[in-house]
Design a protein around this ligand. Structure first.
Ligand code: ADP
Ligand code: GLC
Length: 490
């Protein structure tokens, strides 16, 4: 099958969150299974073209934008550790800036930047002679590919048999734009925009809604989130659209790259380990504490280490952490390490706490890939008290490293973390239901009771490490969704 992946992020070139991991690891797995995948990504100014061996091709594509045409160079590279081609759309005007989305409300021309990317992906595929069976668009940024396929390209022989599959990684970001601008940039007739139309939500052009309404199939990243967004306020106002398309919506659980996230071969850890040599995890923990400036006498005072690697946003339940953490650290019951960036309130809170408790609270800021691996390896527990969570990848990384997740049982967290049962000695983590400080604190209490207490400590770590979250199963599931989508066009 020929699969064209269009996304605003792809690891390792441009990453803010898990979207980038998925946009990279799925094509790698499809290619390994004998399919032909390629990725379209903007050539952001922050991408180091030399380091990744990205080169200019001879192709310059003409991209229709409204009543005029714009041009873009196509650059190309190969996704590391694979033979997946990655095609970069170069437009100095749109992408040569610091960052991917811009701060806070985003760059004011994000409508134009991402509509251009969506449209360019079709022109690029044609120019390269890559006839896609499926265009796989991710999140609101490239959702306009779905109406573009239906309105502009289905009548084009090159795309006549192409199916459109739209994957939602997060309902909270919808791409709500001025309808006059967005309809014009997309090349759609302005009169097609009206209240109740497939583009409209609350008076705005809504990219996510258009993606949902025009796609052949709509997926989201876990089965539980697929239910939550249809039937609860997690649909963020688009429950109606999702119910209209209900027969074509399903959850495909994310998976992780188990080669990259493997404690046995992780180059970022000071020593490798497996379940059989898990005592070495303590070496990783001591080395992390040392790197944060702890002296030997502090390190030898053994306490459970709770880790987080996360965007610091309300979604991630950081407010609960702020409510409960100080009680535990001031009582000398645990140490806490966080790597994150985002909301400055939360960054400041953690920094202040680490100043007050320099032997208990450690903070890394900015984007730091090696440190994210070391925190997964070093921590005893991994905290993820999310308000909502479409899937979440970091709790799966944690389990692979024998790091016990403590999660709020929503979305993909409910689908991936099984509550530990001390009677049967089964389960992989600790779950709690209500979004409350009290419930989060009692989940932490439960976790601390397991720390180094046998037979529980070995049982839960063994179960967590033996779970298979490999991307292969996810990739196969998508192939069956793609085949299903193609049935409509054959
Ligand atoms: P989300 O996509 O909602 O942010 P996920 O758990 O799906 O959450 O994916 C987050 C991804 O981003 C993971 O690969 C995680 O390791 C990575 N990540 C988050 N914050 C940082 C950071 N500050 N430095 C390095 N990696 C980070
Ligand atoms: C989103 C979600 C996260 C999910 C990721 C990859 O950013 O917030 O839960 O794991 O996308 O699908």
């Amino acid at each position: 099958m020929n699969i064209l992946v269009v996304a605003a992020e792809t690891a390792p070139y441009a990453k803010v969150g898990g979207l980038a991991d998925m946009a990279g690891s799925l094509p790698r797995a499809w290619q390994a299974a004998g399919h032909s995948a390629c990725i379209v990504l903007p050539l952001y100014g922050t991408i180091d073209v030399e380091a990744y061996g990205i080169e200019r091709t001879e192709h310059i594509i003409a991209v229709p934008m409204g009543s005029w045409t714009e041009f873009a160079e196509i650059w190309s590279g190969t996704l590391p550790d694979s033979d997946v081609p990655v095609y970069f759309v170069k437009s100095t005007e749109y992408y040569d800036r610091p960052g991917i989305y811009g701060y806070h409300d985003g760059f004011p021309d994000n409508d134009r930047r991402f509509i251009f990317l969506s449209r360019a992906s079709f022109e690029l595929a044609r120019a390269l002679g890559f006839r896609p069976d499926v265009i796989h668009a991710h999140d609101y940024h490239t959702a306009p590919c779905m109406p573009m396929l239906a309105i502009h390209y289905r009548s084009d022989a090159f795309f006549a048999q192409t199916a459109g599959v739209f994957t939602i990684h997060n309902m909270a970001y919808q791409g709500m734009y001025d309808p006059l601008r967005a309809m014009e940039f997309c090349g759609f007739d302005a009169t097609s925009f009206h209240v109740g139309s497939w583009f409209e939500h609350e008076g705005a052009f809504n990219c996510l809604k258009a993606g949902i309404m025009f796609a052949d199939k709509i997926t989201t990243v876990s089965p539980t989130y697929a239910q939550e967004i249809r039937w609860t306020t997690e649909g963020m106002g688009l429950q109606g659209a999702l119910q209209t398309r209900g027969a074509d919506v399903l959850g495909v659980l994310n998976g992780i790259d188990t080669d990259e996230w493997n404690p046995e071969s992780d180059v970022h850890l000071p020593v490798p380990y497996t379940f059989d040599t898990i005592a070495k995890k303590d070496v990783v923990k001591r080395s992390l504490l040392k790197s944060f400036g702890c002296l030997d006498d502090v390190i030898s005072h053994d306490l459970p280490l709770v880790g987080m690697v996360t965007r610091l946003t309300d979604q991630k339940g950081i407010s609960l952490v702020c409510d409960v953490l100080e009680g535990f650290v001031s009582a000398d019951r645990l140490r806490f390490v966080v790597l994150g960036s985002g909301d400055s309130r939360y960054e400041q809170y953690f920094r202040q706490l680490s100043t007050r408790y320099p032997h208990h609270v450690f903070v890394g800021t900015g984007y730091n890939h090696p440190l994210s691996h070391r925190i997964q390896g070093a921590s005893d527990f991994y905290l993820m008290p999310s308000r909502f969570e479409p899937c979440g990848l970091t709790q799966m990384f944690a389990m692979r490293y024998g790091t016990i997740p403590i999660v709020r049982a929503v979305g993909g967290l409910a689908d991936t973390v099984e509550q530990y049962d001390p009677i049967s000695l089964t389960g992989t983590g600790i779950r709690f239901d209500r979004f409350s400080a009290q419930d989060c604190a009692s989940a932490l209490e439960q976790a601390l009771k397991l720390y180094r207490r046998e037979p529980h400590w070995s049982a839960i770590r063994r179960s967590a490490m033996s779970r298979d979250f490999g991307i292969g199963r996810t990739a196969d599931h998508y192939i069956s969704v793609f085949s299903w989508a193609l049935e409509r066009h054959r």
